[in-house]
Write a protein that binds this ligand. Structure first.
Ligand code: 5GP
Ligand code: MG
Length: 179
């Protein structure tokens, strides 16, 4: 693997496609074991998680369902600033065992908002599965149950993650080259 350019920035290889596939199948094995007979509902957060969840869900062998949600960010009129609204939550999640599937947990604010919104619908349980997590950036007490990779506090693209909407198609993960 070599350096790539996305729009105006240079990125260098970070996690190979093979490493990703290995970890994704390992996480699926854990989930299959932990959630057997719970008929979990996988809730994938678009857009970033689309590639991760497609690969992960292929390895899920237990009885389960999948649905997709999106977080719409808009500037709130109040002083609280940006508000995230969960859209597409059209399945009844009451009493369900949920597995949220995310691309990355950075500060954790997005996930915190997600947990709060889902809790209002009274699921039986909520687990978090994330492809990436930046432990040094976490600002809220969130504990992901399944983490494929912990990464340093640097900007990454690929495997669903974008830089200005580009780069989501890359099968590996690349990190912004510091200059
Ligand atoms: P948080 O609310 O946890 O700070 O932010 C999570 C969101 O920030 C992710 O869903 C993603 O959209 C974006 N994000 C955070 N770090 C990165 C990164 O390194 N690369 C990309 N492409 N997006 C990131
Ligand atoms: Mg995301």
């Amino acid at each position: 693997m070599s350096e790539i350019k996305v729009i105006d920035k240079v990125f260098e290889p970070s996690i190979t496609a093979a490493q990703i596939q290995k970890r994704v199948s390992e996480l699926a094995v854990q989930i299959n074991r932990d959630m057997v007979a719970q008929n979990p509902l996988f809730l994938a957060v678009l857009n970033g998680s689309f590639m991760f969840v497609a690969d992960l869900y292929r390895h899920i062998t237990i009885e389960s369902e999948i649905s997709f949600v999106k977080l719409a960010s808009y500037d709130g009129t109040s002083s609280t600033g940006v508000v995230n609204e969960v859209i597409g939550l059209n399945k009844d999640i009451k009493g369900r065992n949920i597995v949220i599937v995310e691309d990355i947990i950075d500060t954790g604010f997005t996930m915190q908002q997600m947990l709060k919104t889902l809790a209002e619908h009274h699921p039986a349980s909520i687990r978090i599965c994330t492809l990436l997590q930046k432990p040094d950036k976490l600002q809220v007490p969130i504990k992901a149950d399944y983490v494929a990779f912990n990464i340093p506090n640097l900007f990454v693209v690929g495997y669903g993650l974008d830089y200005d909407q580009q780069g989501r198609n890359l099968p590996a993960i690349y990190v912004l080259k510091e200059d």
